[in-house]
Every structure is written in C-alpha cells, then in structure tokens.
Design a protein around this ligand. Structure first.
Ligand code: ATP
Length: 199
C-alpha cells in the first residue's frame, strides 16, 4: 500500500488547485521559508481526520481555508483528496485504489467521502486504523515532536507504543461501547420506573 497522490484546493496557501504525485520511495519537498511545505503535511493529516486546529497550526479549523492575499480573494471552502494504492489489500475495502476526501465550508459544515461516497469521520478512522495511518498514529512527526518522545516519561512512552501497536483502535471501540451501555442502562432505569408506575 502506498500514497499515490494528494490534491489540495483552497487548503491554506494552496488557492490554486494542486495535485502532487507521490511515487514510491523517499520524497523530499524543498522550497523557501513560508512557501507551503508544512501545509502539505498539514493537508495529509487533515484528510486523514485530524481534529485539532492547533496540530494544524491554526486557532480554529476554518484557518485551513485559503484566507486570501492582497491579490486574491479568500475562498469559501477547503478540499483535500488523498489517493491510496490499495492493490496490496491492506485497507479493508474492495478497491485497488481508494480516495479519501475531506471538505470544510467557511459557512460551517464539513464532509468526508471514500471513493466519492459520503461517509462519517468514524468510517475514515476505521478504514485507516489497521494500517497505522491516521489521526494520533504518529506517522507524522512534526518539528519539535522528537523532543517530546525523548523527554516522555514511562506512561507517555507506553501511550506512544500502544498507539503504534494498534491498541488505540480497540480502546476507541471500547469507549464507544461503554457510552452505548451507559445510555442503555439509563433507558432501562426509565423503563423500570414506567413498569413500576403501571404495575
Ligand atoms: P518553513 O520552511 O519556514 O517551515 P514552509 O514552507 O513549511 O516554511 P508553511 O508553514 O507550510 O511554509 O506555509 C506558511 C505559509 O502558508 C504562510 O505564508 C502563510 O501565510 C500561508 N498560509 C497558512 N494558512 C493560510 C491560509 N488559510 N490562507 C492563506 N495562506 C495561508
């Protein structure tokens, strides 16, 4: 499995629709300071479901939408598409090529899609979780993050290892199941009250 291409449209400094072909092997992005190198990595994290505006170096999520320059008006939406070669079948989906897209509208609202079909964020997270990619998976190591790993105490180090080992996915599922159980327990309690009243 490898990333095939990344397309940006209205994402941060990429007002002009731009597609980057990602060939297998090492890819190096070079350019002057402030030319948008880190924005490409931000786009990658964002399309895989990143939810933290600060992680994307902004104050709020709308900061990922092209804010305009003296010569170019701001845009109303940001869109990123990531195409993945899945001929190895690593992604649990019956397609040899998978395209994940995420769109955010300035007026509010956002959309995710897998191969053009609208999906929830959860579906994107689930699709990527077994591959070690995706949110909080530490596949993207930001500037300064190495220090954080080196300075981590035993508990933090354990969290890194658990995430890399794929435990995170099961913890998320457990949390969702526990939340459902809580709601069900409340409903059961209400049902018992009603039964008592009737009886
Ligand atoms: P360095 O080498 O200094 O780390 P870089 O090439 O990684 O730089 P980035 O941090 O990717 O540069 O890009 C920063 C540029 O992106 C700045 O010029 C900033 O104004 C621009 N930028 C960020 N967000 C937006 C936005 N929402 N709209 C327009 N431009 C933006």
């Amino acid at each position: 499995m490898h990333l095939k291409s990344l397309s940006l449209r209205g994402f941060k400094s990429f007002a002009t629709p731009t597609t980057l072909a990602l060939e297998p092997g090492i890819i190096c992005v070079v350019g002057p300071n402030g030319s948008g190198k880190s924005n490409i990595v931000d786009a990658l994290a964002w399309v895989m479901g990143e939810q933290g505006a600060k992680t994307l170096r902004g104050a709020n999520m709308a900061d990922v939408i092209f804010a305009g320059t003296p010569g170019r008006p701001a845009l109303g939406r940001a869109e990123v598409r990531l195409s993945i070669d899945n001929s190895s079948g690593d992604l649990p989906i019956d397609y040899t090529e998978v395209t994940i897209s995420r769109t955010l509208f300035r007026q509010g609202g956002s959309e995710y899609a897998i191969n053009g079909t609208p999906v929830r964020l959860l579906d994107v997270q689930e699709l990527l979780s077994d591959t070690g990619m995706g949110r909080s998976m530490h596949v993207i190591v930001g500037q300064g993050q190495l220090d954080q790993v080196l300075r981590a105490d035993a508990l933090e180090r354990r969290a890194f290892i658990e995430e890399a080992a794929g435990v995170l996915k099961h913890r998320r599922r457990k949390e969702r199941a526990l939340r459902k159980l809580e709601t069900l327990a409340e409903k059961l309690e209400r049902l018992e009250d009603v039964t008592r009243e009737i009886g």
